[in-house]
Design a protein around this ligand. Structure first.
Ligand code: FEO
Ligand code: CA
Ligand code: CA
Ligand code: CA
Length: 612
């Protein structure tokens, strides 16, 4: 969703330096930086990567990208387009049964069926191979796909603008959350199979809390209800120990206030997190008191959302766990890597105008922590980024040990629950809507800054004012991801591509492959007649080619591959914005069939690596 809502950051944080040179083309800043390639669990050992990872612009001329780009002229309309060397298929549209023996799709769905069907709003996802035997047989054609269902409008899900009953609300709630499906390539076609591992996690699924905020009064409701559910599951991460992370983004929009029992007025934290009487139009609060901010039985319910949630895709009985050490904000996604000493490091964006980029570093080596009975995502330090105009940067720790935070918060649980307020106090740099992050195998971290129509003052890290079309920033942390300083530069400015055949706007989804390619997905008004799209960039040369375009009204988001990278899965989210007059995808065009969010399976016709 292209959340074009008002900024809720009133802190007016500014970088400590005035704008001297809006340095958008300084490409050499990190040359001579960290020389050794950091071993990464992203890099499959079977993949040989040419020398030259230790910097960029060092492999100019290497043809990483060999396909013919989709031309502007073919990138619009009601049906997707893909580069001529490639092909695509459709998998798990909204409403398909989770397993082949489940309730069949019908429109509109009922609540009981929807709880056993694929949700809507396909977004971040990850493929977890089900390998067999010592030769990893099956790893590339069989696995669990964990996939987020970010959102669906009432009009799309229910066929009406507002719910009229608790049953309607339950349909919407069951359409949100996460699906874990077992998928297999049978006779050349990926499909779901019957599975003990398959499950739906939605807004009413029991969940647990862990980390510093677990058990804190901030999470207790007066009615003493157990914690339930996850919502607005945007992008994702995955851990080196094989679990899936789903990120709760615009959770505020599902709450509203009826004012039936008492008058609700937003406090400072409510305002900073964007809570309002009306919410984002879902109107769940009219039939489900849990989402009614003015119902005192459920006070603090809103604090139970805005977290990153860990899910075991292999165990349908595992209770999803909200990892509070990662902080509470509008989590877009998390990119994990292994830092110095085996610490797990996660980079995270908070997607709102003028909000921040965060980093978590585990207390110690993640394997040793497990051995000691400590979960690596429960113990560590949370930082927020300050980007200086001289291309240096600092990670500012969100800790109650900082007197500036101790003056405002009672304990670390409060700091984490109101991370945005804490970050305001520390002087973090307000960014142009941080979306996805990804860590390249050479240690560079990339982050999409999708747009910011309200920016009036540029700075070096956010050089466009207003920033209608977004940019991509990259940085390299000191001390193999665990340091508190970094060096950064602008990688791409979207507007610079307009009028060319690699035109794009509003970068959002992002994934760095092990060879130096960067896959860029878009969500927003594209120029030059294009629908939203996925492009591939060569991070060493800056070359950009368009691999795929979606359908009218959709966004392209979510990206994962099989271990051999010869199958890629991406999503079309909200095709036609639900309007059958724009597209009926994935159904043939007929002008009446409601379009359905779905996963797109991409292969190269010659069986090659995706992106090549
Ligand atoms: Fe869910 Fe910021 O995109
Ligand atoms: Ca979205
Ligand atoms: Ca977006
Ligand atoms: Ca997004």
């Amino acid at each position: 969703m292209n959340h074009d809502d008002n900024s809720s950051n009133p802190s007016n944080n500014r970088p400590f330096f005035d704008v001297l040179n809006a340095n958008i083309s300084r490409r050499q800043v990190l040359k001579g930086g960290l020389a050794a390639a950091v071993t990464s669990f992203f890099a499959a050992p079977a993949i040989s990567v040419a020398a030259g990872r230790s910097g960029w612009n060092s492999q100019a001329g290497t043809a990483l990208i060999g396909f013919t780009p989709v031309p502007n002229a073919e990138g619009g309309g009601a049906w997707p387009s893909i580069a001529e060397e490639y092909q695509f298929d459709v998998l798990i549209p909204w409403g398909e049964p989770l397993e082949p023996n489940g309730p069949a799709y019908q429109y509109p769905p009922n609540a009981a069926d929807q709880a056993k069907q694929i949700g809507i709003g396909h977004d971040g996802m990850w493929f977890f191979p089900l390998a067999m035997g010592k030769f990893n047989r099956g790893a590339n054609d069989h696995g669990m796909l964990a996939i987020n269902h970010e959102f669906g409008t009432n009009q799309h899900v229910l066929g009406k603008a507002l719910p009229e009953s608790l049953e309607d609300v339950r349909v919407s709630q069951h359409a949100h959350g996460v699906s874990c499906v077992e998928i297999k390539k049978i006779d050349g076609k990926w499909q779901t199979v019957v599975s003990d591992r398959a499950r739906r996690i939605h807004v009413n699924t029991p969940v647990a809390f862990s980390g510093p905020v677990a058990g804190h009064a901030l999470l207790e409701t007066r009615a003493g209800n157990i914690p339930l559910g996850t919502v607005n599951n945007c992008a994702n991460g995955h851990t080196p120990w094989g679990t899936y992370l789903t990120c709760e983004e615009n959770f505020n929009g599902y709450f509203g206030a009826t004012n039936a029992n008492e008058t609700w007025t937003p406090n400072e934290a409510h305002a900073r997190y964007g809570f309002s009487d009306g919410g984002a139009g879902y109107s769940w609060h009219r039939f489900d008191a849990r989402f009614d901010l003015s119902n005192s039985d459920y006070h603090n319910e809103e604090n139970r959302f805005g977290w990153i949630v860990e899910i075991d895709p292999m165990d349908a009985n595992q209770m999803p766990v909200k990892r509070t050490a990662l902080g509470r904000f509008k989590h877009e996604g998390i990119a994990l890597t292994e830092g110095r000493g085996g610490r797990v490091v996660g980079y995270m964006g908070d997607d709102q105008r003028f909000d921040y980029i965060y980093k978590f570093v585990s207390e110690g080596n993640w394997r040793s922590m497990f051995d000691a009975g400590k979960h690596p995502l429960d113990h560590g330090k949370l930082y927020v980024a300050r980007f200086n105009d001289d291309n240096s940067g600092e990670w500012l720790e969100l800790t109650i040990d900082n007197p500036a935070l101790a003056a405002r918060f009672a304990d670390q649980a409060e700091v984490l629950t109101f991370a945005r307020l804490a970050a305001d106090i520390l002087g973090a740099t307000p960014m142009d809507r941080p979306e996805w992050t990804t860590v390249a195998p050479n240690g560079d971290v990339y982050c999409t800054l999708t747009n910011n129509s309200r920016r009036t003052e540029p700075n070096a890290a956010n050089p466009m004012a207003p920033n209608a079309d977004g940019h991509i920033i990259k940085w390299r942390d000191a001390d193999q991801h665990v340091g508190t300083t970094f060096e950064w530069e602008i990688f791409l400015v979207a507007k610079d591509t307009h009028g060319s055949e690699d035109s794009y706007s509003d970068p959002d989804g992002l994934w760095a492959d092990p060879d130096g390619r960067l896959f860029i997905q878009t969500d927003g008004g594209q120029k030059d007649g294009l629908n939203n799209q996925m492009l591939v960039a060569d991070t060493k040369t800056g070359e950009l080619r368009r691999l795929f375009t979606g359908v009218a009204g959709d966004e392209i988001t979510g990206i994962t591959v099989t271990p051999d990278r010869r199958t890629m899965f991406i999503n079309t989210q909200h095709p036609g914005n639900g309007d059958p007059r724009l597209t009926n995808f994935p159904a043939p065009l007929d002008g009446v069939t409601v379009p359905r969010d779905c996963t797109i399976v991409i292969t190269r016709k010659d069986g090659g690596i995706i992106g090549s």
